[in-house]
Design a protein around this ligand. Structure first.
Ligand code: ADE
Ligand code: ZN
Length: 346
């Protein structure tokens, strides 16, 4: 690994902000800022159960994942047209490009929206068109990962998969999101096997709130290539050994973990321990509009709380490119840009 020259603590935030990075765990519906939510509600003739943006933001206090998901699903109801999905995605990509995200793999789901009477095509075409335009405008590359909602049945996941197959070329992978506890990965064994047979790359949320057993079954039953969150892995030494041995990336989201009370404070977060254990950890924003920060906020606040160094920063950004679903030459090109920034940073 490239040996990073020491950086003064007061310069570390500037380095983190300037550092090229990939984002591998963010839900596009979780990037819908209150201002845009109100604008879309007005455009679609809907009213929100909050007086204004400030009142909505005040409601963003959560005790656990489920409390967040209830508010988040309510917010998705303002999304009605392809242009709404485009505008939401465009806003995120602009923000991500400003944070020096070179490549992002965006989670979305169709089941929420088909549940509101929309077709999957409206969702995917809006997201995809924004990704194409953002690449032309800012040079950021973006791919799309469809998440099944795990609180729904496997039969419903099969239905969602079937509906998106005509748009298969616009998607890189399949993931698993929503209420974790009580909905273990193995509930989706057959539909993940089917997705794999179609050539989709596979990921799953596991070990966010639920125990290490969920990570084991995401790996062994679903055969995923990355684990989303995975912060509970450190409770199981054999699992850590497996994740290190197979170089399975973990897409960690520190501000999400803080806001959903997975850890009592950022100073208690185990990201530093993960890196020290040799795990392929990355830093991501999850649902930035709800959790108080985009990817650079996740980096700067977590580094300040944990006393992490420029060497950790390089490792995390290097991991993010390595763990991405781009081809090897694109990974090496982005890692080269990363090294250049570290070599020239004063
Ligand atoms: N959907 C959006 N954010 C999520 C999270 N942190 N965990 C599970 N499902 C989600
Ligand atoms: Zn997530």
């Amino acid at each position: 690994m490239f040996k990073v020259k020491p950086v003064a603590p007061e310069r570390l935030s500037a380095l983190l902000e300037r550092m090229p990075k990939a984002e591998l765990h963010m839900h596009i519906e979780g990037s819908l800022e209150p201002e845009l939510m109100f604008a879309l509600a007005a455009r679609n003739g809907l009213s929100l159960p909050y007086a204004d943006v400030a009142a909505l933001r005040r409601a963003y206090v959560f005790n656990n994942l489920q409390e967040f998901l209830d508010v988040y699903h309510q917010g998705t109801q303002v999304l009605k047209t392809e242009q709404d999905f485009y505008d939401m995605t465009w806003a995120y990509l602009q923000r991500a490009a400003a944070d020096q995200v070179l490549h992002t793999e965006i989670f979305f789901d169709t089941q929420t929206h088909t549940g509101h009477g929309l077709s999957s095509d409206v969702v995917i075409n809006g997201l995809h068109r924004a990704c194409v335009d953002a690449q032309a405008q800012w040079g950021i590359s973006a791919s799309l990962i469809l998440c099944f909602l795990r609180h729904l049945s496997e039969a419903e996941a099969f239905e969602a998969l079937e509906q998106v197959m005509p748009l298969r070329d616009k998607l890189v992978g399949i993931g698993l999101a929503s209420s974790e506890l009580g909905h273990p990965p193995e509930k989706f064994a057959k539909v993940f096997a089917k997705a794999r047979s179609h050539g989709f790359r596979l990921v799953a949320h596991a070990g966010e709130e639920a125990p290490p057993a969920y990570i084991w079954s995401a790996l062994d039953v679903l055969k995923v290539e990355r684990i989303d969150h995975g912060v509970q892995a450190l409770k199981d030494a054999a699992l850590v050994a497996r994740l290190v041995q197979d170089r399975i990336p973990l897409t960690v989201c520190p501000l999400s973990n803080l806001k959903l009370r997975v850890f009592p404070s950022l100073a208690d977060h185990n990201l530093g321990q993960m890196l020290n254990a040799g795990l392929v950890a990355t830093v991501n924003s999850d649902d930035p509009a709800y959790f108080g920060g985009y990817i650079n906020d996740n980096f700067t606040q977590t580094f300040a709380a944990l006393g992490l160094t420029a060497q950790h920063a390089y490792q995390l950004a290097f991991n993010s490119f390595e763990a991405s679903f781009v081809d090897t030459s694109a990974k090496r090109a982005m890692q080269h840009r990363l090294t250049e920034v570290f070599e020239t940073f004063e």
